[in-house]
Design a protein. Structure first.
Ligand code: MD6
Ligand code: FE
Length: 217
């Protein structure tokens, strides 16, 4: 009785939060897929370990990254780009697992972007203190496709600004299983992540993992 009541309340609670035109936060959307996502993540990590890359300006990023799919986002002294091979190993990036692709497509559809076909997934790993400064995602070929961003593990404060770097960002607390989808008029919005607070997550310990799905090519 109590459980049924809880489920019927959960269904009507606002799990969808509009952030801006074209940007929506789907709270808990990835939770049913959690086990499959974490299993696939472990396999990717074994083939293409997380590493902290260097910006073209020579600063080492606090966030560690890896990729899967056709091509991976990389940064080094020569710039930002998508590369078909992992520069650490020379091997192609691991293929995009079905569990990843299915979730990204479903979230995009839920957000009004039916037909999204991601070919690349950048995987970010934050440990306490790691942050990402305000940036635009603009290394993809086609800005008509949205980006789907999945948060796992420790909560983080996501900073979501406007089309100008100087637009004051809004702050959203992203928790385990939350998914942000943005595209259309928001596709080039500035965004970032505040320094990760320490904590302990049951599945991911002292880490936050973010999967960002793109159509890169
Ligand atoms: C992060 N996310 O949440 C960093 N980019 O760890 C991003 O940089 C991002 O969440 C484009 C779209 C959604 C995002
Ligand atoms: Fe980004």
């Amino acid at each position: 009785m109590t459980a049924d009541l809880f489920e019927s309340v959960a269904e009507v609670l606002p799990s969808r939060q509009a952030m801006a035109e074209g940007a929506v936060l789907l709270r808990g959307f990835a939770r049913p897929a959690e086990a499959g996502l974490l299993a696939a993540l472990r396999q990717i990590e074994a083939q293409a370990p997380f590493r902290r890359m260097f910006t073209p300006g020579g600063h080492q990023m606090s966030v560690a990254m890896t990729n899967c799919g056709c091509c991976g986002w990389v940064t080094d002294a020569s710039g930002y780009r998508y590369d078909g091979a992992d520069p650490e190993s020379g091997n192609p990036w691991p293929a995009m697992p079905a569990a990843f692709r299915d979730l990204a497509e479903a979230a995009a559809r839920e957000a009004g972007f039916a037909g999204f076909a991601p070919d690349a997934c950048l995987i970010n790993r934050y440990e306490p203190g790691a942050r990402m400064s305000l940036h635009q995602d603009r290394d993809e070929k086609d800005f008509a496709a949205p980006i789907v961003s999945v948060s796992l593990g420790l909560p983080a404060i996501f900073l979501f600004g406007g089309l100008k770097r100087t637009d004051r960002p809004q702050r959203y607390r992203l928790e385990h299983g939350d998914v942000v989808v943005w595209g259309g008029p928001s596709r080039l919005s500035f965004h970032g992540v505040a320094p990760l607070a320490d904590g302990e997550h049951p599945a991911l310990a002292r880490r936050r993992i973010n999967l960002t799905f793109r159509k890169a090519r």
